[in-house]
Design a protein around this ligand. Structure first.
Ligand code: NAP
Length: 315
């Protein structure tokens, strides 16, 4: 096995982590390169590890140019931007950053749920604009207490959302590909049935082809005019034109959204809706969690070059 420590940086971890890595490893900064083709031509043979992030991923085309690639480390838990099947076929291992972001992402789901039902942004604007002093109280909102919360994808993050939602006095149910034995919440084997039951549909499943447009107009109609969508999963899980129509025409009551199609170029229609609370894909965006995610990337990288088992392998 080659002894080189060559890393192609397609998308980096945090700056201080990259500075430390640069002292021990040869970092080829594809992310900063003005001539990426020339960079690849000069380092393709030596690169054994690619660093990337969930939002950027790695194309199969780029992987194909790296004959000695052994590992891809990705900053983020979702890996829908990496073709895992193609990696496995070539024997390329992929690592992600699970668990360390559960708390902040679940907190964000609860934050969006409350902000949407209680119209936090409308209320903030009501006070700031002078409407409060001119016209008195803002219109009444709706309580979270007593609502039925349906979680689509009861995994690590979904469970963290459920345990946070419980103390608000909500009913909980979930949909996934299979029923889980170790959870007390009712399982719905049919997404339409969960949407028909729920007041708030929280999306916490992976993105990618298997879940593309899972939340379509049929699901939104089943959720109904008093129902809400909260999405911290991936924009692709929702048929976005259908969601925009549903929000505009009162087919559902509102949405709290952290993720969108074509980020960061969010469909501007969302900005027109008072019944939407927007967060710019920042559910894990705290200093503490991003540090922990970056550290896990570093730890996987160090383990690989030390010939030790990867810490959080995906395949
Ligand atoms: P996880 O532990 O793997 O949980 C995923 C859950 O989704 C599982 O319960 C799984 O259950 C379900 N699922 C998988 N495929 C499904 C399908 N085709 N239809 C319905 N349900 C399906 O993953 P996690 O760590 O909780 O992360 C979940 C996702 O959250 C990530 O993949 C990522 O896209 C997203 N995320 C977003 C942010 C953000 O910043 N907004 C941050 C972190 C993560 P079954 O296997 O039984 O179907």
């Amino acid at each position: 096995m080659s002894e080189n420590r060559d890393v192609l940086v397609v998308s980096p971890a945090l700056p201080h982590q990259m500075e430390l890595l640069a002292q021990e490893y040869t970092l080829h900064r594809y992310d900063k390169s003005d001539d990426r083709d020339a960079l690849i031509a000069s380092v393709a043979e030596s690169v054994r590890l690619v660093m990337t992030t969930a939002g950027v991923g790695v194309s199969v085309e780029l992987m194909d140019k790296l004959p000695n690639l052994e590992v891809i480390t990705s900053f983020g838990v979702g890996y829908d931007s990496i073709d895992i099947a193609a990696c496995t076929k070539r024997g390329i291992r992929v690592t992600n950053t699970p668990d360390v972001l559960n708390d902040d992402v679940a907190d964000t789901a609860i934050m969006l749920m409350l902000a949407t039902l209680r119209r936090l942004v409308v209320g903030d604007q009501w006070a700031r604009s002078g409407n409060w002093s001119k016209n008195g109280a803002m219109p009444l909102t709706t309580t979270l207490h007593g609502k039925k919360v349906g979680i689509v994808g009861l995994g690590r993050i979904g469970k963290a959302i459920a345990s946070r939602a419980e103390p608000f006095g909500v009913g909980l149910g979930y949909f996934g590909r299979s029923q889980q034995d170790d959870v007390p919440y009712p399982y719905f084997d049919d997404l339409l049935k969960l949407a028909g039951w729920a007041d708030v549909l929280v999306l916490a499943c992976p993105g990618g082809e298997a879940t593309r447009n899972l939340i379509d107009m049929n699901v939104l109609r089943a959720l109904g005019p008093t129902g809400y969508v909260v999405n911290i999963a991936r924009g692709t899980v929702v048929d976005e034109p259908a969601l925009i129509t549903a929000l505009r025409d009162g087919i559902i009551a509102g949405a709290g959204l952290d993720v969108f199609h074509n980020e960061p170029h969010m469909n501007p229609s969302f900005a027109d809706f008072e019944n939407v609370v927007i967060y710019p894909h920042h559910a894990s965006g705290t200093v503490e969690t991003r540090n922990a995610m970056g550290q896990l990337v570093v730890d996987n990288l160090v383990a690989f070059f030390a010939g030790k088992p990867l810490i959080t392998p995906v395949n």
